[in-house]
Design a binder for this molecule. Structure first.
Ligand code: ADP
Ligand code: MG
Length: 569
């Protein structure tokens, strides 16, 4: 008495599904990468669970992914003997989107297909990409370790709902049958499929198997003989984990495709760094800098971290213990020979080996960024625009590396020509005036306000460069950075601003005279404004403005004040 239920997709899932079908139309072939990637994840999960329960592997041969096709029926079928899904898992995994922030994300989509497709790419197209090429999808699945009678059949046309029923399924794992649209017939053709697999899935560590196409045979007269040879299984992909291969054997294209596989990103990465470490600790790492920030970069709960393998065995996604928070945008893989296969998140948090790996990997990333800044300014400018704000969290979190991090910063300064944050602190220091021993900055809400600050007047007059800080985190950052190259940072809008040796003797004398001459005036203003201000001073800092407000040396900066006011404090 198999009962078939019909259930509706979650609203967000339905919206995402429809958007995907429309905006990814020009890049339809990626559906196969997504489904193979899911099959490979399922194999990884099975291997991982079988470490504790080897019985899960019983009854079937090698873990593999199969691709079958039928060009007459116009179908392509992707099968794996990985972990599989229970009925509840199928309902949840294929009918809802668990990721927090999804509704928010969807509301940001513009309706402009090319823009949206980039955003969707970042979000991870996943399983629903099947509906770009199929007008009906059947999923058969059975969780490893469960009974033959506990198979599940899920079916949908990708519109409002799906149906689900319990069925018998002989083997464990998942089989996905795509009934291709009339205009997607190409994806049921052998050569086309092989091509896509080579292109996108060559480096996944699990064999992707297809039936061989028998070679045609000819008789003596040159007529084609009836094919009698049985097709045999043939592994189509390279099936060695990319990061275990040597750098010189891997093409840029392979690196790019591997990045897309692990990151779910559509765009190519900006840079990568692939290393093998030997010695006290042994591990491989392959780290990527994406070209675009994810939509949820500031969501503290968003996924981050590396894919962790131990001796080529997948252990977990989003292992966040290997990189600091301010490098959370880095994607990649780390494969350790020292950790135990039974390692858990809790153990990772306490293992000193993980700490050493974390500092080494952090250094790798900072070096990779420094190299990019030096050798590829254009790429670095892109990087800064996307991730600069996050990198600014660095000095507070990672005090030991703060000099390295500070070198990576870019600021707008009074020397910038456009509006981009394009000046490094090293450049600033090189341009410092004789006798200058501080890095000056002004913090404001935006660049126009910063540039028009009356505090800049004296600096302009003397030709001293000033950083124009307009990001919300800037003053907070200055508080943590404190100095660069032994030069302190100084807020030009604070206190009495001692320019030290930058003032000539005459200027100092003139300032003293001005102060003496105006003592009476200052007293009068003080008396009138006693409620509003703490102190009134004569200044020679202004050339055009008659007066300006400054905050006390030890007080919070103006920008910080506004920030806290906004936060209701
Ligand atoms: P993602 O892979 O990013 O999690 P997908 O949309 O590709 O998102 O897949 C959604 C979920 O469906 C997966 O997380 C997984 O739990 C489940 N799933 C998809 N394909 C398979 C499969 N072949 N075997 C087991 N589970 C699968
Ligand atoms: Mg997926």
């Amino acid at each position: 008495e198999a009962t078939k239920e019909t259930l509706g997709f979650q609203t967000e899932a339905k919206q995402l599904l429809q958007l995907m079908i429309h905006s990814l139309y020009s890049n339809r072939e990626i559906f196969l990468r997504e489904l193979i990637s899911n099959a490979s994840d399922a194999a990884d999960k099975l291997r991982f669970e079988s470490l504790k329960n080897s019985a899960l592997l019983d009854g079937e041969g090698e873990i593999q992914i199969r691709i079958d096709h039928d060009s007459e029926a116009n179908t392509i079928t992707i099968s794996d003997n990985g972990i599989g899904m229970t009925k509840d898992e199928v309902i949840t995994n294929l009918g809802t989107i668990a990721k927090s922030g999804t509704a928010d994300f969807i509301s940001k989509l513009s309706g402009d297909e090319s823009k949206d497709s980039q955003l969707i790419g970042q979000f991870g197209v996943g399983f629903y990409s099947a509906f770009i090429v199929a007008d009906k999808v059947d999923v058969y699945s059975r969780r490893a370790g469960s009974d033959v009678s506990e198979g599940v059949h899920w079916e949908s046309t990708g519109e409002a709902d799906f149906s689900i029923e319990t069925v018998e399924k002989a083997g464990r794992g998942t089989q996905i049958v795509l009934h291709l649209k009339d205009d997607a017939k190409e994806f049921s053709e052998d050569a086309r499929i092989r091509n896509i697999i080579k292109k996108y899935s060559d480096h996944i560590a699990i064999p992707v198997v297809m039936k061989s196409q028998p070679m045609p045979e000819y008789d003596e007269e040159g007529n084609a003989k009836e094919v009698t040879a049985e097709p045999v299984d043939e592994v189509v992909n390279n099936a060695t984990a990319l990061w275990t291969r040597s750098r010189s054997d891997i093409s840029d294209e392979e690196y790019n495709e591997f990045y897309k596989l692990i990151s779910h990103d559509f765009q190519e990465p900006l840079k990568w760094s692939h290393n093998r470490v030997e010695g006290k600790l042994e591990y491989n790492s392959l780290l990527y800098v994406p070209a675009k920030a994810p939509f949820d970069m500031y969501n503290r709960d968003a996924d981050r971290g590396l894919k962790l393998y131990v001796q080529r065995t997948f252990i977990m996604d989003e292992a966040e213990q290997f990189l600091p928070m301010y490098l959370r945008f880095i994607k990649g893989v780390v494969d350790s020979n020292d950790l135990s296969l039974n390692v858990s998140r809790e153990i990772l948090q306490q293992d000193p080996a993980v700490d050493s790996m974390k500092s080494a990997l952090t250094k790798r990333v900072l070096d990779m960024l420094a190299k990019m800044a030096k050798n590829d300014e254009e790429a670095y400018a892109k990087f800064w625009l996307e991730f600069g704000q996050v990198l600014k969290e660095g000095p507070a979190e990672d005090f030991n590396n703060r000099d390295k991090i500070a070198k990576l910063f870019r600021f707008s300064t009074t020397a910038s020509e456009g509006t981009a944050q394009d000046q490094s602190l090293e450049g600033y220091v090189e341009r410092m005036k004789e006798g200058q021993n501080k890095v000056y900055y002004v913090a404001a809400e935006n660049l126009v306000t910063a540039k028009n600050s009356p505090h800049l007047e004296v600096f302009r007059k003397k030709g001293i460069e000033v950083l124009l800080l307009t990001d919300r985190v800037d003053e907070w950052l200055m508080g943590h950075l404190m100095e660069f190259d032994s030069k302190q940072f100084e807020d030009v809008g604070k206190g009495s601003l001692d320019l030290g040796e930058l003032d000539t003797e005459e200027e100092k004398k003139a300032a003293d005279e001005l102060a003496t001459a105006n003592e009476g005036l200052v007293e009068r203003i003080k008396a009138v404004m006693a409620e509003q201000v703490e102190e009134v001073r004569v200044t020679n800092r202004l050339t055009d403005s008659p007066a300006c407000l400054v905050v006390g040396q030890g007080d919070m900066g103006a920008q910080m004040r506004r920030l806290l006011e906004q936060a209701g404090q």
